[in-house]
Design a protein. Structure first.
Length: 516
C-alpha cells in the first residue's frame, strides 16, 4: 500500500469515528476519558521502562511521573471544566455550542514518547475528537503500544471504533501525506524544528511548538541552597529530555562561589576550564550537537568525553565566558549538562538571558531564582519568552507539573517563536465554539436554554467502522461493482453494516458521476 493510500485509510476511519463521537454527551465522554486515563495510569511503569529501553533516553522513575501526570493527572486538572455542554450567557443573550476539530494528527517525539501520546490522546478524547498518533521512528514500539492500550479502554467504555489510531511503521512520506490530507482537521506537532515547519507548511491547520534553550538566572537575593537543589533536580529530571530543562545558568558574581559549592553538594560536578573544553569538543563536534548525548546520564557523558566523575554525579556544570552564538555551551543540549556564566549585576544578568534566547528558544521559557519582585518583573518583561518559572525547577515548572500552569507536553512559543500557539496546549485548543447570538434589543427575549443540549448518550453497541468483507473469516457475499457488503463479526452480516455499506456504495457512484 502506498503512503497516500495508507494515509487515506487511517484518516477515513478516524473521520468516521470523529463524526460518531461528536454526538456524545458529557456523561458518555467522561466515562470514556476516565477509562482511558485509568488504563494509561495502570501501564505507566510498563511504558516508562519500554520507552527507556527503546530510545535509550531518560530515567524510568521520572517517566513514570510524567506518564501518570499525563493520564489521571490531566483528567484531575480539568475535572471541573466542561468541553461538551453548551455555555449560556443570559446577560449577553449568547449561547455557545462546542464544535470539535474532528481528526487530530498527533505527531509525537522520541524524547517524551509515551507521555506525549497520553497527553494528546487525553486532550482529544476530552474534546470529542478522533486522534491518529504519528510516533517518532525511534520510539514507535512503545508509542504504538501505549496508543493501543488507550484505544482499547476507550472503545470498551463506549467510544466509536477507530477513535484512537496509531501508525505502526512511521515514515516521512506517510506522515507528510497525512499532514497534507484534507481529512486531517488539525495537526499537533511536537518535535524538531523541521517537523513543526512541515506541519505549518502542510496546508492544514497546525499547532506546533518551537525548541527550548532555557536561561536560568540566580541573583544575589536568592535562597542559594534552595536554588541549587532545584536546579540540579530539574536538570537531572529524566536526563533533561524535556525541552523545558535549564540550558544556561547565569549567576551574579557576588553569590557565584556560594552557588558552585551548593551545586556540588547536590550532586553536580563543576568542570574546570580544561575539562569544559574536552566536554565541548565531544558534545559539539563541528559546532553541532552530538545527539548521542540526548537523554543520557551525566556519568556516561563524562566518560565519553574523557572525564572522570563519580557514578553518582547527576549534572555536569560547564563554565564559559560570553553568551554568544559561537559558544556551543550556550546552545540547547537536551542532556544533564548545564552551561554556566557569571555577571556583575542583575541588569547584565537579564541581558545575558536575552542573549541565550536569541541563540535559540525564542518564546519558550526561562527561570529565575530571586526574592526581589522588581528584578523578577524586569526579567519577565525583557526576556522574550511566554512562561517564566520563579523559584522552581523549570523542567517541571514550565511544564505545569510543579506550578499551576496547565500541565502539558506541548508548549507554544507564540508569535516571537513563530508558533500559532502561545500557551501550554490545553483542551480548548482542539475545539471551536459556535456562537448563537440573539438580537441585543431588550424587547427581544431569549428563551431559557438551561439543560438544553444537542448531544445524547449513545445507546446500543459501540459504533463499529464498516470494513471490507475480506477482513473477516466468513463466506464471500454477493458482490456489487467489485465490492461486498460488510458482514459482522459473526457468520451473517448485520442490517446496520449492510445499510452502511449501501450508503457508501451510493456515495461512491455519485462521486464517479460528478467526475464524469
Amino acid at each position: 500500500m502506498t503512503s497516500a493510500a495508507q494515509a487515506r485509510t487511517l484518516l477515513e476511519r478516524a473521520r468516521w469515528a470523529a463524526r460518531a463521537y461528536s454526538d456524545y454527551d458529557k456523561a458518555a465522554v467522561a466515562a470514556i476519558v476516565t477509562a482511558a486515563a485509568d488504563a494509561g495510569y495502570a501501564a505507566a511503569q510498563r511504558f516508562a521502562e519500554a520507552a527507556v529501553a527503546e530510545t535509550e533516553m531518560g530515567v524510568v522513575e521520572h517517566k513514570i511521573i510524567k506518564n501518570r501526570a499525563c493520564s489521571r493527572g490531566i483528567v484531575e486538572y480539568y475535572r471541573d471544566e466542561d468541553f461538551v455542554s453548551p455555555r449560556i450567557d443570559a446577560a449577553r443573550k449568547i449561547v455557545e455550542i462546542p464544535r470539535p476539530a474532528g481528526v487530530v494528527l498527533a505527531i509525537t517525539p522520541t524524547t517524551n514518547p509515551v507521555a506525549t501520546v497520553y497527553f494528546k490522546v487525553m486532550l482529544s478524547l476530552m474534546t470529542r475528537n478522533a486522534v491518529v498518533v504519528a510516533p517518532h521512528p525511534r520510539a514507535k514500539r512503545c508509542s504504538a503500544d501505549a496508543a493501543r492500550v488507550l484505544a482499547e479502554a476507550a472503545v470498551n467504555a463506549g467510544a466509536p471504533d477507530g477513535i484512537i489510531q496509531v501508525i505502526d511503521e512511521p515514515s516521512i512520506p506517510l506522515v507528510e501525506a497525512m499532514m497534507a490530507d484534507e481529512r486531517t482537521d488539525v495537526i499537533v506537532a511536537t518535535g524538531g524544528t523541521g517537523v513543526v515547519r512541515a506541519a505549518y507548511s502542510s496546508g492544514n491547520p497546525a499547532l506546533g511548538v518551537g525548541p527550548g534553550n532555557v536561561p536560568v538566572f540566580v541573583d544575589a537575593t536568592a535562597d542559594i541552597n534552595a536554588a541549587a537543589q532545584r536546579i540540579v533536580d530539574s536538570k537531572a529530571f529524566d536526563n533533561s529530555v524535556l525541552c523545558t530543562n535549564e540550558s544556561v545558568l547565569i549567576v551574579e558574581e557576588s553569590v557565584a562561589e556560594k552557588l558552585r559549592a551548593a551545586l556540588t553538594r547536590n550532586g553536580a560536578y563543576v568542570l574546570d576550564r580544561d575539562e569544559a573544553a574536552l566536554l565541548r569538543e565531544y558534545m559539539f563536534p563541528f559546532g553541532r550537537l552530538n545527539t548521542d548525548v540526548v537523554g543520557r546520564d551525566a556519568a556516561w557523558i563524562a566518560s565519553q568525553a574523557g572525564l572522570r566523575v563519580t557514578p553518582k554525579t547527576r549534572v555536569l556544570i560547564a563554565p564559559f565566558g560570553l553568551v554568544v552564538s559561537e559558544e556551543s555551551l550556550a546552545h540547547e543540549k537536551l542532556s544533564p549538562v548545564l552551561g554556566m556564566t557569571t555577571v556583575a549585576d542583575t541588569a547584565r544578568g537579564i541581558r545575558a538571558a536575552q542573549a541565550v534566547v536569541r541563540i535559540g528558544g525564542a518564546g519558550h521559557s526561562a527561570a529565575i531564582h530571586s526574592e526581589n519582585p522588581s528584578v523578577i518583573a524586569d526579567f519577565a518583561a525583557a526576556v522574550p519568552v511566554l512562561r517564566v518559572s520563579v523559584n522552581v525547577g523549570n523542567s517541571t515548572g514550565s511544564a505545569g507539573l510543579e506550578t499551576n500552569l496547565a500541565p502539558s507536553m506541548t508548549l507554544g512559543t507564540g508569535f516571537v517563536g513563530r508558533s500559532s500557539l502561545g500557551e501550554n496546549l490545553q483542551p480548548h485548543n482542539l475545539l471551536n465554539w459556535i456562537r448563537v447570538a440573539y438580537n441585543s434589543d431588550a424587547d427581544v427575549r431569549m428563551p431559557n436554554f438551561a439543560g438544553v443540549s444537542p448531544w445524547r448518550s449513545p445507546t446500543g453497541p459501540v459504533p463499529e467502522y464498516p470494513r471490507p468483507s475480506n477482513e473477516w473469516d466468513t463466506p464471500p457475499l454477493p458482490r456489487h461493482n467489485g465490492r461486498a457488503p460488510t458482514p459482522s463479526r459473526t457468520s451473517e452480516p448485520s442490517i446496520d453494516a449492510l445499510r452502511a455499506e449501501l450508503r457508501r456504495l451510493v456515495a461512491e457512484e455519485l462521486a464517479q458521476l460528478i467526475k464524469r
